[in-house]
Design a binder for this molecule. Structure first.
Ligand code: AMP
Length: 548
């Protein structure tokens, strides 16, 4: 027997209507290249979204067209998110930090019909314009006064197009399985792979992200997404934020500028923000250097790479900001696990608390986890065994978009192999120890490069650290620590190595330290171990020491 409840499709259109009706006067603030604080209401936003949907029709885009965006976090990008997806088309966010070759590959693979681009990224598209054969034209996200001169063909001005349209639009009734967004994984090997989100998956994840034990979002929050809107829909915040009716604060091209971020937080009433450790660290350093407060910020979601304990402690102790340590990936829309308290963890202190804070947390309801050994046997949740982390769930990728070679994303039992290695404890808290390909195998045992990096950055003289496995004649591989110092004179190799004493197992302590000016990063701001391994391909340990 079926229930007798209404079956309304889960669609972003529903979130949009709710935001416009119930939170019409809520504010959206954006930094743009021409305006230090653009400000308007949800009502203004969604009126323009209807005009924009008309623009998409007028440009002759097909009903399920992929439309690319190369843009910072701001109100025009938000308008595109809703106008493209709610009109039945697919919002394909392209990471402008990728190499031109990768951008061309992605645009061609997605067969994007139009590209909406911030003025700053127009020059990056010019060399590849001719190769993007399916692209019918470009819309520059600015007004007539600030239109750049360009060699791109068939170029329009965003504000001019919007000004010519009426305020009404007949939104289509969409099947909830309709594709809404497309994002390509940063992929360290091979070509990037497309993850095609649906209205249903995006809506359910927005509900989950807002839960009290997730980001605890509400209408009295001010949300500052530092995570870019070109990377996994800014972790779903543009949907969850509108759903709860929060104030939205977008940093635009100033996303990497800690002084602007701190200004936005204190002046615009930001209570929660989100980003990867590499952008949150400069924000923390800026507040320490300038002795400024981050009031009223009280939560900071950090994920994308492991968040060092020292960073979490400083945000807590100096700013009373709770770091919500999260793990996920493009294929998971991206939220998989979030670290929040349970009855079992409340009241922990000292080493037990530190250990707990380093966990990436528990699965959100709607996500299932398991860890397996090399024979695909499921491992116990005992907090000790580390194995391949596999997931399935309501917003996990089923298959890649038009995969090369046609391979599916899941195994025979429907699980998606994340490529991460993790342990899970009896309370369901996971601890990511490595990407499978970054694990260091020393004498047949695994060493966690993430744990070593976390320990290293706990030292005040270390600005950033990476650990890679380097060939060793006796132990197969041993850890090499590569460090960017906060101050040149501040620390020697030996002093840094002795910092590990008592903090990690003796045989985990790196065999050598190399000081460098900078570490390589991927287009999404993560350490690029692939690039680092290339840089150290000829490296040999100075002495072969005994680690038993
Ligand atoms: P991406 O799809 O580019 O967002 O990358 C996803 C990958 O980032 C995951 O598979 C993990 O390897 C890594 N990652 C994300 N969040 C965390 C975290 N909190 N701790 C450790 N690694 C993380």
């Amino acid at each position: 027997m079926f229930g007798l409840m209404m079956e309304m499709p889960l669609s972003l259109t529903g979130i949009m209507h709710h935001g416009e009706r119930s939170h019409a006067r809520q504010t959206i603030v954006s930094v743009t290249s021409t305006n230090a604080r653009h400000r308007y209401t949800y009502a203004d936003c969604f009126r323009r979204v209807r005009r924009l949907a008309r623009v998409l029709d007028r440009l002759g885009t097909t009903t399920d067209a992929r439309i690319a965006t190369l843009a910072w976090n701001d109100y025009r990008h938000l308008e595109l998110y809703y106008a493209i997806s709610c009109s039945g088309r697919v919002c394909h966010t392209v990471n402008p930090r990728l190499f031109a070759e990768q951008i061309a590959y992605i645009i061609n693979h997605a067969e994007d019909e139009w590209v909406f681009v911030d003025p700053q990224f127009v020059a990056a598209l010019e060399p590849i314009g001719e190769r993007c054969s399916k692209v019918r034209g470009y819309v520059v996200m600015t007004d007539a006064e600030h239109m750049p001169v360009t060699t791109l063909q068939n170029v329009h001005c965003y504000e001019t197009l919007l000004a010519a349209e009426a305020d009404d639009y007949a939104w289509p009734d969409l099947d909830e399985r309709t594709a809404s967004g497309l994002c390509y994984t940063s992929g360290t090997t091979g070509n990037p792979k497309g993850v095609l989100y649906s209205h249903r998956s995006s809506v359910i994840m927005a509900y989950a992200a807002a839960l009290p034990d997730a980001c605890a979002l509400s209408a009295i929050d001010g949300i500052l997404p530092i995570v870019p809107m070109f990377h996994v829909n800014a972790w779903g915040l543009p949907f969850a934020g509108v759903m709860v009716g929060a104030k939205l604060v977008f940093p635009g091209p100033k996303l990497g500028d800690p002084a602007t971020l701190a200004d936005l937080i204190t002046e615009e009433g930001v209570t929660i923000s989100a980003g990867v450790p590499t952008v949150c660290l400069p924000l923390l350093a800026h507040t320490l250097a300038t002795q400024r407060s981050l009031q009223p910020l009280n939560r900071l979601v950090i994920g994308g790479s492991a968040c060092p304990l020292s960073m979490m402690e400083e945000f807590r102790d100096r700013h009373q900001v709770r770091v919500i340590h999260a793990w996920g990936m493009t294929e998971m829309s991206p939220l998989g696990t979030i670290n929040s308290q349970t009855a079992a963890t409340v009241g922990l202190t000292g080493a037990a608390l530190a250990e707990q804070m380093c966990s990436q947390g528990r699965a959100l309801p709607g996500v299932e986890l398991k860890i397996t050994d090399e024979e695909n046997r499921e491992l116990a949740w005992d907090g000790k065994n580390a194995g391949a982390l596999k997931v399935r769930g309501l917003w996990v990728c089923k298959d890649y978009y038009r995969p090369e070679g046609g391979g599916g994303a899941r195994d025979d039992e429907g699980w998606f192999a994340t490529g991460d290695v993790a342990s899970i404890d009896a309370n369901g808290f996971i601890r990511i120890t490595d990407r499978a390909k970054d694990v260091i195998k020393s004498g047949g045992e695994w060493i966690s490069s993430i744990d070593l990096e976390n320990t290293a950055v706990g030292h005040p003289a270390v600005a950033e650290a990476a650990v890679i496995g380097v060939h060793h004649p006796k132990w197969q591989e041993r850890p090499l620590l590569v460090v960017v110092r906060t101050s040149e004179a501040a620390i020697t190799k030996d002093a840094l190595l002795s910092w590990f004493d008592g903090k990690v197992a003796k045989w985990w302590i790196p065999d050598d330290v190399v000081f460098v000016e900078t570490l390589p990063h991927t287009a999404t701001g993560k350490l690029s171990k692939l690039e680092l391994r290339k840089q150290f391909i000829d490296y040999q340990f100075p002495t072969v020491h005994d680690v038993t």
